[in-house]
Design a protein around this ligand. Structure first.
Ligand code: ADP
Length: 394
């Protein structure tokens, strides 16, 4: 039996999960954990698959100073206290660039190619790659698999993945890649089981979490995404603005004298629901607030989701179903109701009771546009890919 460690490494936190892989390929989740506050107030929290807490401890900042050290601390906890020794590691890697259209077993050569994509995702890619590099140096025989957020969208046509800019920029990698691909791929594999009637139809999946995007699926394949070159484009997010006129950025730089770093900080950390409401990036807080700015931010968010639905429906040449997923999509009946109301022209008829109960099917019988809530599971998708890449070598 294989034990697969799934790693999602960010700048100040590492999330990890452990799966047991039977020889049949069946995967069972065993552990969920996270180390946050890396380099400042490192704290490890772990639980079993049912959420029962099994660890909560703090470290000195110098002991867990960076992402590889955090993963090392997590691995030590798994090994020394839970007797778990991973036989393979699956990593979430944000950017697979123009080349990688599927997960890949990491070698020194693959790692060198992935490092070339750091300029395409400077805030994420270095943190994704740092633990891979450190494990490759320390345990070169431990299989590591890189799973990309971009890979599921690599089949997009040239019309879809071009910007209207000189071709030389496309050649050097300035393309509309699209992200959240592991989430969309998981949903595409779930639809034949939970909603077979729409699995091969024209479907929009809205991944509404703290990062948010939308994907057009035709027959289970991605044909268009609301995101592009970076994870900034598309619909508004917790702290990112989504689509914005590039002229606004020129204004900030030329007229307001902002540096590139200051603009990046604004775009990644101060915009979206947080910037618009002035209150919070968290939909739960906005829903609970009596402040009209909170309601305005939620309305704007839902308007932009529906507006992008129009674009994606055009890419699909019509629309049969709309699927909500991720933290907001799975939990906020209010956001779903507001979006559904704006999709009535496409045939959406919400079943209010089913929506309030967070049912899987939330449209009324006979609704021309079917509405679904399907929980996503990016970690399971990574574990599946990791397990599948290992099996042929056994
Ligand atoms: P990520 O994985 O990108 O961090 P998630 O998919 O977990 O994000 O989504 C996080 C967001 O989901 C939170 O910021 C919050 O706005 C929203 N959310 C979570 N639970 C609820 C809830 N019960 N009601 C409304 N929104 C929720």
């Amino acid at each position: 039996m294989d034990t697969i460690l799934v790693v999602n490494a960010g700048s100040s936190s590492v999330k990890f999960q452990v799966f047991a892989a039977q020889s049949s390929g069946e995967l069972t989740r065993k552990i969920k954990g996270q180390i946050d506050g890396i380099g400042t107030r490192p704290r490890l929290r772990g639980s079993d698959a049912d959420g029962a807490q099994s660890a909560d401890r703090e470290f000195r900042p110098e002991d867990v100073a960076d992402v590889p050290a955090a993963l090392h601390a997590a691995a030590a906890w798994l090994r020394d206290e839970l007797r778990i020794n991973p036989t393979a590691i699956g990593h979430r890697v944000v950017h697979g660039g123009p080349d990688f259209d599927r997960p890949v077993l990491v070698t020194a050569e693959v790692l060198a190619r992935l490092e070339r994509y750091v300029p395409l995702a400077p805030l994420h890619q270095p943190h994704n790659l740092a633990p891979i590099r450190s494990i490759l140096a320390r345990s070169p025989d431990l299989p590591q698999v890189a799973c990309f957020d971009t890979a599921f969208h690599r089949g997009h046509s040239a019309i879809v993945d071009h910007y209207a800019i000189p071709e030389r920029f496309y050649t050097e990698g300035v393309r509309r890649y699209g992200f959240h691909g592991l989430s969309y791929e998981y949903i595409a594999t779930r639809l034949p089981q939970v909603a077979p009637e729409i699995a091969s139809a024209r479907v929009i999946v809205a991944h509404l979490g703290s990062g948010a995007s939308m994907c057009a699926l035709a027959g289970g394949r991605s044909v268009e995404s609301s995101m592009g070159f970076t994870a900034l484009d598309g619909i508004p997010m917790g702290t990112r603005p989504g689509q914005i006129d590039p002229g606004v950025l020129l204004y900030l730089i030329e007229q307001k004298g902002m540096s590139a770093a200051a603009v990046a900080d604004l775009l990644y950390r101060e915009c979206g629901l947080k910037g618009l409401s002035g209150i919070s990036n968290d939909v739960r807080e906005l829903q609970a607030s009596k402040d009209p700015r909170a309601q305005f931010a939620l309305d704007h968010f839902c308007y932009r989701v529906a507006l992008h639905a129009g674009m994606l429906a055009s890419a699909l040449g019509g629309l049969d179903a709309f699927v909500f997923t991720a933290g907001i999509g799975e939990n906020s009946a209010d956001v779903r109701a507001r979006v559904a109301a704006r999709l009535e022209w496409l045939g959406a008829e919400l079943d209010a009771a089913a929506n309030a109960a967070h049912a899987m099917l939330i449209s009324r019988q006979g609704s021309r546009l079917a509405l679904y809530v399907v929980p996503t599971d990016e970690e399971l998708m990574i574990a599946r890919h990791t397990s599948a890449l290992l099996r042929p070598t056994r």
